[in-house]
Design a protein around this ligand. Structure first.
Ligand SMILES: [Zn+2]
Length: 439
């Protein structure tokens, strides 16, 4: 029996082992949306087990080895690659799994539509949240298993390939180009991505962290206009949250319209329809950037705590509004509190249920909780604790319980008030009153 990695993702992940490093050698043919891969996973056993499993959706496995030899048995069905090695897994012992596979990748179906590999009109993206990673590589698909990655991806000449981390090499091979990326900071599977398109790369000046836009050449002007304040957003967030957690930040803008933008580690993907200079566009640009701290560097160990990503990213929109001379966070908070007051109050923020994990109330109620906390303990204490929270869990996994502990213990004379505030906002479905803001 393989245990699930996360109660919100039935059937995904395996708790008996961790993957420590993924080495993905991929060959992608854009015209036929065909992917051929060889994945080498360096793993470590956490529990004794006779069998273990990887997640891989839709693609066909042609060969598997464990430590260089064929396993005793393997079976690939219904998105699970079940593996039985010749000897049992021993806690603490390392082992290496290699999987050769190919096929036409598609999204993994789920209650929120498909996630993962998406073929575009001319190229492809990966939007892995929450369960789309198995659409393109065999993985231990639970958010608590962070690993480093290397990507070597061959694609037709004329296309740019963008993956997580740093581009370390780009080598022409007849009509194809081999792109190599390394993601050295640990990353959850859902944040791994590949973007393939006819993009032109433009550096954005004025950012304290290297910043690039990848977009179709004819969209360059509107993309640069929409992203013109992103370097300033970066400065604001570095100031408020502490150092940017990665080496660089890339924005990919697809030639297709996309329903929603999506965050991946070190980069975000937007549709051309999102490149707007008004608040509706700017708030999304701030939101996705903030996910690099909240979601990507600090990643929930379990999906039920997704407010630790979305509440923070949403509150970051309001913080950017305030810092950039727009409406103060308190005004956004009052407006959204009134909206939530007239919405059904049947959602528990610290465990919203799988069907409601992306409900807008998780985002807004999470942001409102942060504002309530800020008003209660004051700006100085709030932002100091926030920076401590970010620094203490940099590149790690987090839970709501850890957040409560840090902010309750750091609340000083407001400790009791903060404690009951957390109870009301996180554990009760009823919307609590919003503490009065002086701003
Ligand atoms: Zn978000």
């Amino acid at each position: 029996m393989i245990s699930d990695g996360d109660p919100y993702l039935a059937g995904h992940g395996d708790d008996t082992f961790d993957v420590e490093h993924y080495d993905l050698g991929l060959d992608y043919k854009v015209a036929s949306n065909h992917l051929a891969g060889r994945a080498t996973l360096r793993c470590r056993a956490l529990h004794e087990a006779e069998r273990f499993a990887l997640d891989l959706h839709g693609l066909r496995v042609s060969k598997v080895t464990i430590d260089g030899v064929a396993p005793r048995k393997y079976r690939h069905s219904a998105g699970k690659l079940l593996l039985q090695p010749h000897s049992r897994l021993v806690p603490g012992a390392g082992f290496t799994v290699t999987v050769t596979y190919s096929g036409h990748p598609t999204t993994v179906p789920g209650p929120h539509g498909g996630a993962g590999w998406e073929e575009l009109t001319d190229g492809a993206i990966v939007a892995g949240q929450p369960d789309g990673a198995p659409s393109w590589f065999p993985c231990n698909d639970r958010p608590s298993n962070k690993a480093t990655y290397r990507f070597d991806v061959a694609a037709p000449a004329g296309y740019r390939v963008i993956a997580n981390g740093a581009l370390t090499d780009r080598r022409p091979m007849s009509s194809r180009v081999l792109w190599s990326y390394e993601q050295r900071e640990p990353m959850s599977t859902y944040l791994a991505t590949l973007q393939v398109g006819r993009y032109r790369s433009t550096a954005l000046p004025g950012s304290p962290v290297p910043m690039t836009a990848e977009a179709p050449a004819r969209l360059t002007d509107e993309v640069l206009a929409a992203l013109s304040r992103q370097p300033e957003m970066m400065r604001t967030f570095v100031d408020l949250f502490g150092p940017y957690p990665f080496g660089a930040y890339t924005v990919v803008v697809t030639d297709d319209d996309l329903e929603i933008p999506v965050e991946s580690q070190t980069l975000s993907t937007f549709g051309r329809n999102h490149m707007r200079t008004d608040w509706a566009g700017q708030r999304l640009i701030a939101h996705e950037l903030a996910h690099q701290w909240f979601g990507n560097s600090l990643t929930t160990a379990r999906w039920q705590d997704i407010w630790l990503h979305e509440g923070f990213a949403c509150y970051s929109e309001w913080l950017w509004s305030e810092a950039s001379g727009g409406r103060a966070a308190g005004r956004h908070a009052s407006e959204h509190w009134r909206r939530l007051e007239s919405s059904p109050q049947d959602l528990v923020l610290a465990d919203p249920s799988r069907p409601l994990m992306f409900d807008d109330r998780v985002y807004k109620r999470g942001a409102l909780l942060l504002h309530a906390l800020r008003v209660t303990i004051g700006d100085t204490r709030f932002f100091t604790l926030l920076r401590q929270w970010v620094a203490a869990h940099r590149h790690g996994s987090v839970t709501t319980a850890q957040f409560i502990e840090r902010f309750t213990e750091g609340a000083g004379p407001d400790r009791d008030e903060v404690s009951s505030l957390f109870r009301a906002w996180l554990l009760e479905p009823q919307l609590p009153p919003l503490p009065r803001s002086s701003r």
